[in-house]
Design a protein around this ligand. Structure first.
Ligand code: GLU
Length: 293
């Protein structure tokens, strides 16, 4: 199966290390199957947007060598969300509130088959959240859930790998796919990255990807580090100590497993990968110095 994947960061500050991991996993799934890897900028929360953040997203992906095939920006697609919402109103699946907001009428949460955790069934609370959810706000902006599903359908995204913190949203999203008459993508929710048993928040210095680049960390060492947080080869042995990008492409889907359990961030591992890559680079440079000209 060809997987078309995406990452969808919001330009609200630093590029989080969890987003970098999601980017690598989605990049691997797309590249390993001949699909597309898309960058979508989720910038509809105007109050939270930060001017430099879009550049930071590009800089981080460039540093890691995870080049997207296309870039879409949600703020450029507002007409599309309005048109889809209006269509749902015409079909009687959504209704307009007095203040102009558009609400899903009698929408339901839906179950999905997660690549990692298997069949996911919505609770009553998930149904309550989904029923009557706002699609477009009174100010004409779409709600994240609606815009995200419309985009993923329009862009042909058929595989969504993201953090476990989004699993509760996915019940709603699955229901929106039903309302829009579209097939669900394959969902995979990876365990969250933790430090000292706590979720790594955006404010933690250790969460900033640029911080590692600025410290001179080798980008391939970072990719190894990211790969090992929430994924492991089915057969682990010494030959797996370092997994280059090309090898990761071979292993990621067919010979490895993504995990739902929290992934502890162990910076000593990053240091060790970094030393190994730097030693390799030095050895390669020395070999080229010695080679006859
Ligand atoms: N903008 C959302 C976020 O940054 C996107 C999540 C997703 O659908 O992958 O959390």
């Amino acid at each position: 199966m060809t997987y078309n994947t995406r990452i969808a960061p919001s330009p609200t500050g630093d590029f989080h290390i969890g987003t970098a991991r999601t980017a690598y996993f989605n990049w691997l799934a797309a590249r390993a199957t001949g699909g597309r890897f898309i960058l979508r900028i989720d910038d509809t929360d105007l109050a939270r947007n930060q001017a430099d953040s879009i550049q930071v997203i590009h800089d981080c992906l460039d540093w890691l060598g995870l080049t997207p095939d296309a870039v879409y920006t949600q703020s450029a697609r507002l007409d599309r969300y309005r048109a889809v919402a209006d269509d749902l109103v015409r079909q009687g699946k959504a209704c307009r509130a007095d203040n102009g907001a558009i609400l899903l009428d009698g929408g339901q949460a839906a179950s999905w088959q997660d690549l990692i955790t298997g069949q996911m069934i919505p609770s009553q609370a998930a149904h309550d959240l989904a029923a009557g959810q706002v699609l477009m706000k009174a100010d004409g902006m779409p709600v994240y859930h609606f815009a995200s599903v419309v985009d993923d359908i329009d862009l042909g995204i058929n595989c969504v790998i993201r953090g476990m913190d989004h699993a509760s949203n996915t019940f709603r999203h699955a229901g929106l796919y039903d309302a829009l008459g579209a097939a669900q993508p394959v969902f995979a929710h990876v365990g969250l990255i933790t430090q000292n048993k706590k979720k790594l928040s955006k404010r933690d210095a250790a969460a900033s990807l640029l911080g590692y680049r600025n410290q001179g960390v080798n980008p391939d060492a970072m990719l190894n580090f990211l790969l090992r947080m929430g994924w492991g080869p089915k057969q682990d042995d010494k030959s797996m100590a370092i997994i280059d990008r090309d090898r990761a492409l071979d292993l990621f889907l067919d010979h490895g497993k993504m995990k739902a359990s929290p992934a502890a961030m162990d910076l000593a591992k990053l240091t060790s990968f970094d030393r190994k890559y730097k030693a390799r680079k030095k050895a390669a440079l020395q070999a080229s110095d010695l080679s006859p000209t």
